[in-house]
Design a protein around this ligand. Structure first.
Ligand code: LLP
Length: 433
């Protein structure tokens, strides 16, 4: 099995965290997101331990909660001692409801509204990652009115173009995110931040992209960012003490994808940061990283019920499931590849090839094309693996489909993280007109 927490039991059924996926499907219905909580927790520990080793005991890895956001998830992250990256008022609100410690929240976003900024300042969010000049001025005004001083990082575009799909590259000079070093604007915004009385500039942030397997782009970004801190010291006379290197380590979705040892990834970052600091005689900053996908993706799978199989001789085979792009838009958006199997006969060889179709009224509603899988029958439970990240958090109600529940598996038991939406939930906001 591609992931060690998945196995096949004596009934030939797929299991997750030791529990039969067919029983989970029976109990909670389909479609249904299932997460192995122990996998999430142990990945948090890998990052926490590796960061402490590489960057010292005060190191704080952050979970990028855009990958998976619900109240219980923030509780798990708080229990594991990580901080979080939030990117909207909704994520901040959910974190607050979960009782997440506000000083361990980093608030991101390339276009925060005044309302977002006021909410963050009002919540005493530890750090706001300011994206550009206009936001910096808006934040100064809001903090002045509130009579408070806000700790910030500045989002910097280091000019790195990693090998990943275009939609998730974020570190290049022409990115919508941050301020570029190359154009001189990054230094300008540092000067501006230092001049503002209600702004406490702690350091810089960058995020080069997502689903990246090579470590070189991360090492390049780290070296460029430390060099930028050195330049700030030279040109502005201040030594900034924090460096946030963002998220992005890749996760294998299929047998063909490489895998990353997240511990050595962090160790490598530590080596490069320390060596550039040493050669420039610069004090080693507090380093933050913000993995999202690599904490939750492989912990999750989605269970569907097969509705039918359609074979078009000489063309292709379709297996239709009772979900699709509303619960997993990633193939439609990025042609992301997944591994799927029939959970009822999980150890049967995958001798069939099929396109997995969702139930929405458009041809692009697919979960994958030409995927190797077992022969399917109406009523089978079909599992799509590695759906813990950017599935529930990207879900929509297209075709007025209710969102599936999120079921957590831990120590032989299940519990609901999020209940299934009802039709009544779908009309709850509609007004009588
Ligand atoms: N930090 C910042 C500032 C980010 O923008 C992101 C992701 C992360 C951290 C976490 O990156 P990760 O470790 O998860 O790669 N919806 C796309 C992914 C978009 C990622 C956006 N930013 C997908 O489904 O692949």
């Amino acid at each position: 099995m591609l992931y060690p927490h998945l196995a096949v039991n004596e009934q030939h059924h797929l299991t997750i965290g030791g529990l039969d996926t067919l029983s989970i499907a029976r109990e909670y219905g389909t479609p249904c997101y299932v997460l192995d909580e122990n996998v999430i927790r142990s990945r948090c520990r890998v990052y926490r331990e590796a960061c402490a080793e590489a960057f010292g005991p005060k190191a704080l890895p952050l979970f990028a909660s855009k990958a998976l956001c619900f109240t219980g998830m923030y509780k798990i992250i708080a229990e594991e001692g990580l901080g979080i990256d939030c990117v909207s008022g909704g994520e901040l609100y959910t974190a607050e409801k979960a009782g997440f410690p506000s000083d361990h929240i980093y608030f991101h976003g390339n276009n925060k509204t005044d309302a977002d900024l006021k909410q963050a300042v009002g919540m005493h969010v530890g750090t706001i990652v300011v994206d550009g000049f206009d936001e910096l001025e808006a934040l100064e005004t809001i903090c002045a009115a509130a009579g408070t001083r806000q700790r910030i990082l500045l989002r910097i575009a280091p000019g790195i173009d990693p090998h990943t799909f275009r939609a998730v590259r974020t570190g290049s000079v022409d990115s919508k995110f941050g301020t570029a070093i190359q154009t001189g604007q990054a230094l300008e915004i540092v000067r501006k931040a230092l001049s503002l009385p209600h702004i406490d500039l702690a350091g810089c942030h960058c995020h080069i992209g997502s689903q990246i397997f090579e470590t070189q782009p991360f090492r390049d970004a780290a070296a460029i960012m430390v060099a930028f801190l050195v330049q700030i010291r030279k040109d502005c006379g201040v030594t900034l003490s924090e460096l946030n290197l963002g998220g992005g380590p890749g996760v294998p979705y299929t047998q063909d994808d490489p895998s990353i040892d997240y511990r050595s990834f962090v160790t490598e970052l530590g080596v490069i940061v320390r060596s550039v600091c040493e050669s420039e005689n610069f004090p080693v900053p507090s380093v933050r990283i913000e993995p999202g996908r690599s904490i939750v993706a492989d912990a999750g799978l989605t269970l569907y019920t097969v509705g039918g199989v359609k074979e078009i001789p000489g063309f292709k085979n379709y297996i239709s499931v009772d979900g699709g792009m509303p619960d997993n838009p990633r193939y439609a958006l990025y042609q992301s590849r997944y591994t799927a199997l029939i959970a009822d006969r999980a150890d049967e060889p995958k001798t069939y090839t099929a396109t997995l179709a969702g139930r929405c009224c458009e041809s692009g509603d697919l979960i994958g094309e030409n995927m190797p899988i077992q022969k399917a029958r109406r009523g089978d439970i079909l599992a799509v693996l590695c759906t813990g990240a950017y599935n529930y958090s990207m879900a929509s109600h297209y075709n007025r489909l209710p969102n599936p529940p999120v079921v957590l598996v831990r120590d032989g038991k299940t519990r609901l993280g999020v209940r299934r939406e009802t039709y009544a939930d779908l009309t709850a906001l509609d007004q009588e007109i």
